[in-house]
Structures are given as structure tokens and as C-alpha cells.
Design a binder for this molecule. Structure first.
Ligand code: 6R9
Length: 653
């Protein structure tokens, strides 16, 4: 890949760098010396490093004999011969010391709060696990969870893990059709759902959606277990069972099913650039190790922490940093049923103050939408309990990073920008906050034991700073996906098809700076090529977002006769769209980008829109924008679109 033009680098490569305060660094378990020792050990002996982590961080019922079996690469098997149980590691092993400590603090949509200590959570998970067994669920059976964000979702994941059943969580915002596809692909025997869930003051009729999905197919499903959250749903007496009729009377002890390290812990369906969603399959031992150690290293856990990850359980972040990582580490966490803007834009800040949250982990899209509401809202609340902030899900533009750092973190909290994927299972590239300086917009360096690199189209390492390439991982790591459910071939083609079975291709573009820090450029298919120059859509978006009139921007390429690709930007403005149009803001913004990035990056067209098309998980639907940009009628599935009404504005009509 050719070098990115120098003017563009200067924006992406922020010169500002933020070191942790001396006090923060001094109190960190992982200071720079210990981090250097870990990195050295991992570099000298990759497998030995992970073997030692696995032996010391997890409790095994039977120790493993072989650290890594790579004889059938890329079908790697970690910790062969070892037997363990994920729920035992998340609950039982904490009981001697932490039985009375809060495991979960739950705030529901209305603001009511409920708490579960480790002892209580253990007892309820055991009851649910016993109920699942009574319903005939065995080791290896698939159970689909279609639940609201809340303690029951965490309990259901833990209960499945306890009996060796494989859970597959489907986000509660997905349609009946998407739910049906996932149930059928997984061949689930049981669906666990709730009658309905409140979300931002509205009622989401989960059970109705399940009924719809099941009438259209899903012959594998025998039973539906229904948690009563709001009341008022129709039950099928032959198929449906109330949670409150079968769970509370079960014994509060349940012998865990000890499983092989490579036994599937869960499937999580995720969309790729083509085809139907893939059932990404994760193992028990390797996955749990990744979730456990990454949590300790990146979030710098300390006694007394209150951790809050705002992700829904339906995404990988909700798996690794709501269910498994926090519980495996025995910490206290807050979980939240609602949305950031209900009943008002102060919800997050009010909750941080009320629960004395010390570590807050959220997504750039949430940060940007709250930033848009102004500084006064967060400033009304005492956010002094915070000591660390995290970001995940997409590149964070420096503008949002700096606001997060200054207004939410009060200038004292390090920000960990964490790059990873459903497929990687756990955080891969991120700062170790007590030991490293951070830079706005960079996810910094791979974690110890993670061999991330950047290569060119031929698979050759890119050594030059500022040169873009493909982000790859050149050695297996414990929490990597083990396959695509029922489709080994798709697994091999998608992730290992390009440079052979040893090189995992992440699908993101990246570059490194002079300090070796990684800067994610976005999905490979988001990289534009304008007159032979490669431009990350994110670079143009960052430039736009740095303009005071811009709330959010998304940039796509469209074919251009002379330049190869032209740049089309969709922009949401602060304030009135009409006024902005009258003042010819689009022209001003084109000049603005040109002045920030160089003439090559001047957008050919800017469309002012009221909102960007997003999936329910908050990701901008770039493929849809690209199709719109090319003037195609949207061939793409728009069922996950949050606000279908904006399509006309996007089309410029
Ligand atoms: C954890 C998660 C994965 C894709 C990934 C990348 C983007 C995630 C990022 C980031 C830049 C970060 N992504 N974190 N890009 N900086 N810190 O989001 O998993 O839903 O599978 O998405 O998200 O493009 O390839 P998933």
C-alpha cells in the first residue's frame, strides 16, 4: 500500500500525548516495570507465557497437559486436556472471600436499584441451572437468550455455562426474522426470553417476537422459558414455561459440569461484509482466560472498584466485560437496563455519581451524542469517583476523546481506547493505563502475548511509520474464535484465507506512528482511494467533527471517472439543519476539510442530514451509505436500521 499523504497523517497522528499522573501510576498493579517484564516473557516464549497465565488466573478441575495444539491450524486448541467450568470460575471460587460483596448492582429503566452479592448470585445461578437441567437441557445443547439487559441475562449465561450448554445471545432489538435465522442456524432446543422489557420508557414486546419467530420455523425449539418483567403476554401451555414457576423452588447448589478447555462456551452471531451472519464460536478455557486477564490489565482493577460497561449483553462487549470478565475477577459492577438519554441526557452522569462508578466503559457513538448536549449536563454531577475511562466499538475521533478526557474524566482519568472484535473474544490492542502514555485516537499497543502487526497486500510487514496496511495477528491467542458454527470452511476463508493458516486477518486497516502506536483506520472496505491516495474515511470524519457546527459525520467513497473515488460526507449539524443549509455550511465544510487535510481530501459533496443510519448497536451503516452514495436502491437489508425515515434525506431528496 502506498503511503498516506503527509498532510493527512498530521491530523491522524495527534502530537498530544497524555501520561498517567504519578499517583495513578504508583497505585497501579501493572506499572511500567512489571509490564516490561510481561512483554519480555511473552516475546521469549509465547506458549509458556500463556500457560503460566492460564495456570495462575483460572481454576482448573484437571490441569492441561498441552498448552497449544496447532497441528490442524487454523483450528487451534488451547490448554488441551484441561477441564474447567466458566461459572465456577466466575462465582464459586470467590465465595470464600467475597460471598457478601456485591457482584451486581442493577438499575432498571425507571431508576429502581437492586443488588446481588456473590453468594446470592451464585445461589440464583444454581437454581436456574438446575431448572435448565429439569427442562432436559444437557451439555452441548444450544440455548438462545433473547432477554432484556439485566441480571437475568447474566444469570442465564452463567447457568448455561454451569451445565455445559452453549448459549447464543440475540440482541433484544433484533427482529423476528433475524431471531429465527439465528435459532435455526444454531439448532437451539430452548429459548429464554422475557414477556416484555422497558427501554427508554417504551415497551419492547420480546415474547411476541419470539412467538413470531417460532411460528415461521425453528422446529428444533422444544421449550420457551419466560421471565416475567412487566406482565402481560400470551403463553402456549404446551411449549412455554414461566421462570417463576420452575426456578425459585430449585436447590441453590448445582454441581458444575466440568468441560474440556475447548468445549464451546457460546456462539455469537455477527455480520460480515457478505452473506448471512456468522455464528462465531468461542471456547471455554481460552476465552475465559482472555476475558479475565485483559480486564485486569486494561482496566487496572483495584479493590473497591465499581465497574460499569454500558454495552448490552447482546454484543461481545456485554459477554466479555459484563458477564465473564468482571465476575471472573470478582469485582462489583453496575448493570443498566435503559438508554443514555432517558429520562434525559443526564442519565449516565447521574448514575455514575449515585453508584460511585470508578471505571466507565462505553462507545464513541454514545460519547458523541452526549457531547452534543453540551458540557453543563455532566458538570452538574459529582463525577469524582471516576478514575479510568474506556472506549470501544469504533475509532474514536480526537475531538470526542478530548471531550471525554476533559469533561467526564476531569482531566485526571486515563482513557483506554480498546480495539478488538467479536472474533478476538477479548481486548487485543489497548493502553495499560498505569504504564503508558495515551494519544487521542490511538488504541496504542497490543497487550502482552498478542502479536498484532500491519502487513501490505502481499503479507509483507509494513515497517514504515505512517504507512497504512492490513491489521493481522500472526500468532494464535487463547480467546480467538475456534470456528464459525457449522461452517469450518467459512471460518478458514474469512479469517485465514488471505495469508495462510497462521495469519489472522482482522478486516481492519491500520498504521503505526513513530512510537509504534497503532491507529485503526476503519474496516478495510472503508478505506478510500482518491487519485491514487489512500484516505481513511475516519480521517475525513475526524476533520469534519472538529468543526464547531458538526455533531457527527460519516464519509463514504463513490466511483469517480477521473479520481477513482470521490468523497461523499453525510453530516449531522448542531442546531438547525435549515439554517445551516441557508448559510451554505456544506461549502464551508468542504473548504474546512481541505484546509485541515489537504486539497486531496476535499469532499465532493456534503449532505446535511438529521441523523446517520445506525444499527441498533450504534454502528454507522456504512454499506448502506455507500449504496446511497452510488445512487443504488438500497439492496441491503435495512431491518436493523434504527430510523428508516431518514433514507430520503440521505438520498439527497
Ligand atoms: C468489540 C467490538 C469489531 C469492529 C472492528 C473495528 C471496530 C472496535 C475499535 C474499533 C477502532 C476501536 N472497532 N473497537 N475500531 N478502534 N477501539 O466492537 O466488536 O462488534 O465485532 O466490532 O469494530 O472495525 O473490526 P465487534
Amino acid at each position: 500500500m502506498e503511503a498516506v499523504v503527509p498532510e493527512i497523517e498530521s491530523v491522524l497522528h495527534e502530537t498530544r500525548s497524555f501520561a498517567p499522573s504519578a499517583a495513578f501510576a504508583a497505585a497501579s498493579a501493572l506499572d511500567s516495570q512489571r509490564l516490561a517484564a510481561l512483554r519480555r516473557r511473552a516475546a521469549q516464549d509465547h506458549e509458556g507465557f500463556w500457560a503460566q497465565q492460564a495456570a495462575t488466573q483460572l481454576d482448573w478441575q484437571r490441569p492441561f497437559d498441552l498448552t497449544l495444539d496447532d497441528s490442524a491450524a487454523p483450528h487451534y486448541r488451547w490448554f488441551v486436556g484441561g477441564r474447567l467450568n466458566a461459572s465456577y470460575n466466575c462465582l464459586d471460587r470467590h465465595l470464600p472471600e467475597r460471598a457478601a460483596q456485591d457482584a451486581l448492582i442493577f438499575e432498571n429503566d425507571d431508576g429502581d436499584v437492586q443488588r446481588w452479592t456473590y453468594a446470592q448470585l451464585h445461589a440464583e445461578v444454581c437454581q436456574l441451572a438446575n431448572a435448565l437441567r429439569a427442562l432436559g437441557i444437557d451439555k452441548g445443547d444450544r440455548v438462545v437468550l433473547y432477554l432484556p439487559m439485566g441480571p437475568q441475562a447474566v444469570m442465564a449465561m452463567q447457568a448455561c455455562a454451569r451445565i455445559g450448554a452453549i448459549h447464543s445471545v440475540v440482541f433484544g432489538g433484533f427482529s423476528a426474522e433475524s431471531l429465527k435465522d439465528r435459532i435455526e442456524d444454531a439448532g437451539a432446543r430452548l429459548v429464554i426470553t422475557a414477556d416484555a422489557a422497558p427501554r427508554g420508557g417504551k415497551r419492547v414486546a420480546l415474547k411476541t417476537t419470539v412467538d413470531l419467530a417460532l411460528t415461521e420455523g425453528c422446529s428444533s425449539v422444544e421449550r420457551v422459558l419466560v421471565y416475567q418483567r412487566l406482565g402481560g403476554c400470551v403463553m402456549d401451555p404446551m411449549r412455554d414455561v414461566w421462570w417463576h414457576d420452575v426456578v425459585p423452588q430449585q436447590p441453590t447448589q448445582c454441581e458444575p459440569e466440568w468441560v474440556e478447555s475447548s468445549h464451546p462456551l457460546f456462539l455469537l452471531y455477527t455480520s460480515g461484509s457478505t452473506g448471512r451472519p456468522k455464528g462465531v464460536q468461542h471456547s471455554t478455557g481460552g476465552y475465559l482466560l482472555g476475558a479475565t486477564v485483559s480486564m485486569q490489565w486494561v482496566f487496572d482493577l483495584r479493590p473497591g472498584d465499581v465497574f460499569w460497561c454500558t454495552a448490552d449483553i447482546g454484543w461481545i462487549t456485554g459477554h466479555s466485560y459484563v458477564s465473564y470478565g468482571p465476575l471472573s475477577n470478582g469485582i462489583t459492577q453496575l448493570i443498566f437496563e435503559g438508554i443514555p438519554t432517558y429520562p434525559d441526557g443526564e442519565r449516565f452522569w447521574r448514575m455514575i455519581a449515585a453508584h460511585k462508578v470508578s471505571i466507565f466503559y462505553t462507545a464513541p457513538t454514545a460519547i458523541r451524542s452526549l457531547m452534543r448536549l453540551g458540557d453543563e449536563l455532566p458538570l452538574r454531577h459529582d463525577l469524582s469517583s471516576l478514575r479510568l475511562l474506556g472506549s470501544v466499538g469504533e475509532p474514536i475521533n480526537p475531538e470526542a476523546w478530548l471531550w471525554y478526557q476533559r469533561v467526564i474524566g476531569g482531566g485526571r482519568c486515563p482513557i483506554v481506547d480498546t480495539w478488538w472484535q467479536t472474533e478476538t473474544g477479548a481486548i487485543m490492542i489497548a493502553p495499560i493505563p498505569g504504564a503508558m502514555a495515551t494519544k487521542p485516537g490511538s488504541c496504542t499497543l497490543p497487550l502482552p502475548g498478542i502479536c498484532a502487526e500491519i502487513v501490505d497486500e502481499d503479507g509483507q510487514p509494513v515497517t514504515q511509520a505512517g504507512q497504512g496496511g492490513l491489521l493481522v495477528v500472526t500468532k494464535p491467542w487463547p480467546s480467538m474464535l475456534t470456528t464459525v458454527w457449522n461452517n469450518d470452511e467459512r471460518f478458514r476463508d474469512t479469517y485465514f484465507g488471505r495469508f495462510g493458516p497462521r495469519v489472522y486477518v482482522a478486516g481492519d486497516g491500520a498504521q503505526r506512528d513513530d512510537d509504534g502506536y497503532f491507529w485503526i483506520l476503519g474496516r478495510i472496505d472503508d478505506v478510500l482511494n482518491v487519485s491514487g491516495h489512500r484516505l481513511g474515511t475516519m480521517e475525513v470524519e475526524s476533520a469534519l467533527a472538529a468543526h464547531e457546527a458538526v455533531a457527527e459525520a460519516a464519509v463514504v467513497g463513490r466511483p469517480h471517472e477521473i479520481k477513482g473515488e470521490a468523497i461523499l460526507a453525510f453530516v449531522v449539524v448542531r442546531g438547525s439543519r435549515e439554517a445551516a443549509l441557508k448559510a451554505d455550511l456544506p461549502r464551508e465544510l468542504r473548504d474546512w476539510v481541505a484546509s485541515r487535510l489537504g486539497a486531496i481530501a476535499r469532499p465532493d459533496e456534503i449532505r446535511l442530514v438529521e441523523a446517520l443510519p445506525k444499527t441498533r448497536s450504534g454502528k454507522i451503516m456504512r454499506r448502506l451509505l455507500r449504496a446511497v452514495g452510488r445512487g443504488e436502491t438500497a439492496a441491503q437489508d435495512t431491518s436493523t436500521l434504527e430510523n428508516p425515515a431518514i433514507l430520503d434525506q440521505l438520498r439527497g431528496s
